[in-house]
Design a protein around this ligand. Structure first.
Ligand code: 2M8
Length: 431
């Protein structure tokens, strides 16, 4: 803990550290003890950044534990299951994914078959930047580098479905912003078989009903095709290039180049990849007519209509042209986002018909997306935006605790309690 914290900040720091201690399973961190008892991929990346400020040993163990789940082709799954828990601790559990039947899945570890925003190289570099012992941190990076490089190779080889340089997601869960209104249109186009999937085990706080049937249907299609990249490219009905996922991919690709330099590997291929992704984000996802970034649906080659917090993801691109940065700042501060929300950033444009202040990823403020926009704003030397997000995030957790998400107007906490990334990112922000 930094010695320059005020008394109030020290209390917050200790409360956040207590959440991470309580959620620690011995080898990794449960995203949230009641609701999400397993290890989620991008949660782990955020959590590791917080652990780095509290329990350095656990920050490294967290990432290594996640990479135990990496598939032979480099795919880093979005869930690594804790098999010591009861079979129905969470739905969908291993029985939906059937990773054990996939030749490329690791033996002895049960995982999902989807991935999530690839934040991990950025996390690894952040761990290095705040490491007390640079030598041992370098050794850790050298151990992790081949796994990170394999993860990025998988994304470039198997997920560049549009041959554009961008990675495509094949399920809303891969975006991390699960129920975002951005996915309403491609989901509505999905035909469901007559037998609906109705998982009775799904906790009541999580989405159910027809949307949920569509999520499960998409998984079943992927699984039955053996999670094969050819199926994904040619036939899967949900294939989208998302600005937030690709901006995270780009930031991590830059981080990977830096890590390569630190561990004595060649950074050039990563820098070349970063150049391609930078251009493709601008060429394919920037909508000049409305002055924002939107996801592109590859099945009908159209940009999706709803503007969400994902529009600000490309602030993570260090080379984002200044006029576009200004456009994004104007949009962020307008009445569509921070201008009308006491506790920004709402996850959906407040003026969009789909906006729902309490709906899961359909309006509320989340600490993870706030952190990403804060980090992007710092990179572009936007202290007003960075301070706004820092202040709003601190007010949220002071007022409502380490909740999963928050009402953007009055800051009421929603979803699960003791949510690990909310606590971890507060530790990172406090420094
Ligand atoms: C939520 O996602 C899971 C699906 O994997 C769910 O709805 O069951 C999302 O908020 C996602 O971003 C997050 O990683 C996960 C665990 O916190 O929960």
């Amino acid at each position: 803990m930094s010695s320059r914290l005020t008394g109030d900040e020290t209390a917050l720091w200790k409360a956040a550290a207590r959440v991470l201690d309580a959620n620690w399973t011995g080898t990794s961190t449960a995203a949230s003890p009641g609701l999400y008892p397993h290890q989620w991929s991008w949660d782990s990346a955020f959590i590791s950044m917080g652990l780095a400020r509290h329990r350095r040993d656990r920050a490294e163990a967290e990432l290594l534990s996640l990479f135990r789940g990496q598939w032979a082709d480099g795919m880093l799954p979005h869930i690594v299951f804790n098999t010591s828990l009861a079979r129905h601790a969470f739905f969908p559990g291993p029985e939906l994914w059937r990773s054990e039947r996939q030749p490329g899945a690791p033996r002895g570890v049960l995982t999902s078959g989807l991935t999530q925003p690839p934040l991990h190289a950025l996390t690894a570099l952040r761990l290095h930047e705040c490491a007390p012992d640079r030598e041992s941190s370098r050794a850790f990076l050298a151990r992790l580098y081949p796994m990170l490089a394999a993860q990025h190779r998988y994304l470039a080889r198997c997920r560049d479905v549009g041959s554009s340089g961008l990675v495509a997601i094949c399920h809303p869960w891969e975006s991390g912003l699960d129920n975002s209104p951005a996915w309403d249109r491609p989901l509505a186009a999905l035909r469901l078989p007559p037998s609906a999937y109705a998982p009775a085990q799904r906790p009541h706080t999580l989405p159910t009903g027809e949307d949920y049937d569509r999520y499960v249907r998409l998984v079943a299609l992927l699984r039955d095709a053996g999670y094969h990249p050819g199926y994904l490219r040619d036939a899967h009905p949900f294939v989208v290039e998302d600005p937030l996922v690709n901006a995270v991919y780009l930031a991590s690709t830059h981080a990977l180049a830096e890590i390569a330099g630190i561990v004595g590997a060649d950074p050039v291929p990563h820098l070349e990849c970063a150049g391609r992704v930078h251009h493709a984000i601008l060429d394919r996802l920037w909508d000049a007519d409305t002055g924002c970034f939107r996801p592109r649906d590859l099945r009908d080659d159209r940009l999706l209509p709803v503007v969400t917090v994902g529009a600000f993801g490309p602030l993570l691109d260090p080379e984002l042209p200044a006029p576009i940065v200004r456009n994004l700042v104007d949009l962020l501060l307008s009445a569509r986002f921070a201008g009308a929300a006491g506790y920004p950033v709402p996850t959906c444009d407040i003026q969009a018909p789909a906006f729902d202040r309490g709906g899961y990823w359909r309006g509320p403020t989340w600490i993870s997306t706030n952190w990403l926009v804060w980090y992007g704003a710092l990179g572009h030397d936007l202290p007003v935006v960075a301070d706004l997000l820092y202040g709003a995030t601190m007010r949220l957790v002071r007022q409502s605790g380490f909740r999963e998400f928050f009402d953007p107007f009055d800051g009421t906490g929603r979803g699960s309690h003791d949510y690990a990334w909310s606590a971890a990112l507060v530790l990172d922000l406090l420094g």
